[in-house]
Design a protein around this ligand. Structure first.
Ligand code: SF4
Length: 372
């Protein structure tokens, strides 16, 4: 298949692997930021091709995984309100809050709908003028423009029954939090190609300069990832620390300026808690003052204020360490025993981009108890 097979070619992969082996002369630790890259690495066994001196660690780039339990609980509460149609991408429905998940709310009679685009939620709002449609806005910079456009369209169409539960997170502040954490092992990054398609990579240049860390904007197919790794280790071995673009078939330095303008019109950076990691300044998106009337937490302030969730994260879940690249999923004691995709204790086992789900799917031993 064109545009797929050429990025999965065995001979090209072997040549890149050889190039990496010839380049690496000492131990290095490189983090792939995005969960999509993690899945490709685990699925295609790319880490097994690399020299033992080169360690890949998995980053926090799964938006489902890092959405904090407090916002999941707000989603559960909003979805339980009789006047609300609650819309979400399917991955979010199984993410556990303090008291169950969105599937549980749906089973109890809540009107929870799976959507494939925020514009689907707008359509629902148009078709149900006597109901309130709340759209769960989750993702990184990649999906923020679509939610911004939904808000702009809602405003233009005078839809007073549409709102957003804003939970977007931003990648560069998370990378900075990882780099400034005590004991950080990460010496180079594969940045997420789709995020940079929207945002460009100018803001990564400052990070690379201040932390002396090479960053390579990288795609998601095996050849993309091996080439991105080769570019990072070339910089590391040469003592360079800059931003390079492996994913040039999609990414420009300035990004998609029209999409960025839509996001800036509707959202602004805010303090955000990351599940398992904690609060990171200016790492989330909140609605601007001009769009605050579309903020579901404002529109439903009264019912949300009466809600007092009991419980919290499962104490066995070590997703915070997994999301910072400090623990491989099979080293979590609950992996594939108490925690499975059918019965997840933490979000990284739920999402299609979660590291724990990747290891469960591709690296589980036949007895189901750990990695191969
Ligand atoms: S395997 Fe399950 S319990 Fe362990 S860190 Fe991953 S999601 Fe949490």
């Amino acid at each position: 298949m064109k545009y797929v097979d050429e990025y999965r070619d065995g001979a090209t992969a072997a040549a890149l692997t050889e190039r990496i082996k010839r380049t690496v002369s000492r131990p290095w630790t490189v983090m792939e930021v995005c969960g999509g890259q993690t899945h490709a690495i685990v699925r295609f066994g790319l880490d097994a091709l690399l020299p033992s001196a080169l360690t890949l660690v998995h980053g926090p780039g799964c938006p489902v995984c890092v959405t904090p339990i407090g916002i999941i609980d707000q989603a559960l509460q909003l979805a339980s309100l009789p006047q609300v149609i609650f819309c979400s991408f399917g991955d979010m429905l199984r993410v556990p809050g303090c008291q169950g998940n969105l599937f549980d709310v749906k089973a109890a009679g809540g009107d929870v709908r799976i959507i494939y685009s925020p514009l689907d939620a707008l359509e629902l709002a148009r078709a149900n003028p006597d109901r309130q449609v709340v759209c769960f806005a989750v993702g990184f910079e990649t999906t923020a423009p679509a939610y911004a456009m939904a808000a702009i369209q809602a405003r233009r169409q005078g839809l007073s029954n549409f709102s957003l539960l804003a939970a977007h997170v931003l990648v560069p502040p998370a990378m900075e939090a990882i780099l400034s954490a005590p004991g950080c092992l990460v010496q180079g990054f594969l940045a997420a190609g789709h995020v940079c398609t929207v945002m460009g990579y100018e803001e990564y240049e400052d990070l690379a300069r201040r932390y002396r860390v090479p960053i390579v904007v990288t795609g998601f197919e095996p050849i993309d990832i091996l080439e991105g790794i080769a570019m990072v280790v070339s910089q590391l071995e040469a003592g360079r620390a800059g931003v390079e673009n492996q994913y040039s078939r999609s990414v420009r330095r300035e990004g998609n300026v029209a999409a960025q303008a839509a996001v800036r019109e509707v959202f602004e950076p805010t303090l955000r808690a990351w599940r398992g990691i904690g609060e990171i300044p200016l790492s989330g998106l909140a609605l601007t003052a001009a769009y605050v009337d579309l903020d579901a937490t404002v529109r439903f302030r009264d019912p949300l204020s009466r809600f007092a969730p009991a419980g919290g994260e499962d104490p066995d879940c070590q997703s915070g360490l997994v999301l910072q690249g400090l623990l491989k999923p099979p080293d979590c004691s609950a992996f594939a025993t108490r925690c499975t995709p059918e019965n997840p204790l933490g979000a990284p086992m739920v999402s299609g981009e979660g590291a724990c789900a990747a290891y469960y799917r591709y690296r589980r031993r036949n007895d189901g108890s750990g990695a191969r």
